[in-house]
Ligand binder design. Sequence first.
Ligand code: G3H
Ligand code: 13P
Ligand code: ZN
Length: 285
Amino acid sequence: MTLVSSKQILLDAYHNHYAVGAFNCNNMEIVQGIIAAAAQERAPVIIQASQGALKYAGLEYIVALIRTAAAEYPEVPLVMHLDHGTDFAQVLACMEAGFTSVMIDASKLPMAENIDLTRKIVEIAHPKGISVEAEIGKIGGTEDQVSVSEKEAAYTDPQEAVEFVRATGCDSLAVAVGTAHGQYVGPVKLNYDLLEQIHQQVEIPIVLHGSSGVPAEMLREAITRGVSKVNIDTDLRAAFVNKIHQVLQENPDEIDPRLVLGPARAALQEVVAEKIRIFGSNDKI
Ligand code: G3H
Ligand code: 13P
Ligand code: ZN
C-alpha cells in the first residue's frame, strides 16, 4: 500500500467504532518508532508534522522520511498529514510536496473567515485526492491561563459545527470538548454529552486533539461517542526524552548517538503500540 488519504482510513474507523492514532513526528527515529509500532499492531496510522516540525526538520526531510516508512511497510495504510496548518501558502506547499492529508486550523479567526479559508483549501485538496481536517472551537494548551468558564465558552457549538461542515465540505472536524495540548496539571474533564451531540449532528469523523495524558478509559468512552482520530504528541515526547535522560544517567560517558537514540526510539514505539491498542485500531489490516 502506498500513502493513503485520511478519509480512506477514517471512514472505516467511523463506521466500525474505533479510532486511528495520529502521532506527531520531528525526526527519523520518531517516524521509525511510529511505523514499526503500526506494523507490529497491524494498524492503519497517521504520521503528522506540525509547522514547528517542518521548521525543525525541513519539509523535504519530513516527506522523505514518511515516504520511506510507507515503502518499508507497504502493508500499513499510512497517511502523511499536516497538523495545525495555519498558513495558506504552507498548506499548499505541503500538498505539492506529497502530503495526503492536511489540517487547516483557522479556529482563531472569526467563523466566517474560518469557513472561507477552509473551503478554499478543500476546493484545492479534493481534486487531488487529499483530505482536509478543520477545527472549530478553541482547543488551546494546558499552559493557557484561562478560567473554566472561558474554557467552556471556547467549546465547539454543535449547531455551528453542522453549518461549518456543510459550508466547507471538510472531511474531519477537530473539536474543543475539554482536552488541551501539552501536559495536564489537574484531572482531565471531557464533555461527553457535547461530543455525542456534535457526533450525532455532523456525521463526519471527529478528531480529538490534546489526547496525551487522557486516561485510557476516557479515550475509549470518547471513541464510542464519535472520535475517529486521536492526536498524540506530548506522550511521545516524554517517552523519547525520558529514555534519553535514563540512558545518559546510567552511562554518563556515552557519546554514540545510536546507543542513546536507539533505546529512545524503542521506548516511543512501545507507547505508540499501547495507544493503538487503546484506540482499537490494532488488527485492522
Ligand atoms: O498540537 C501541537 C503539537 O503537539 C505540535 O506541537 O507545534 O510544538 O510541534 P509543536
Ligand atoms: P498532545 O501533545 O497533548 O498529545 O496533543 C497533540 C495534538 O493535538 C497534535 O495536534
Ligand atoms: Zn492539536
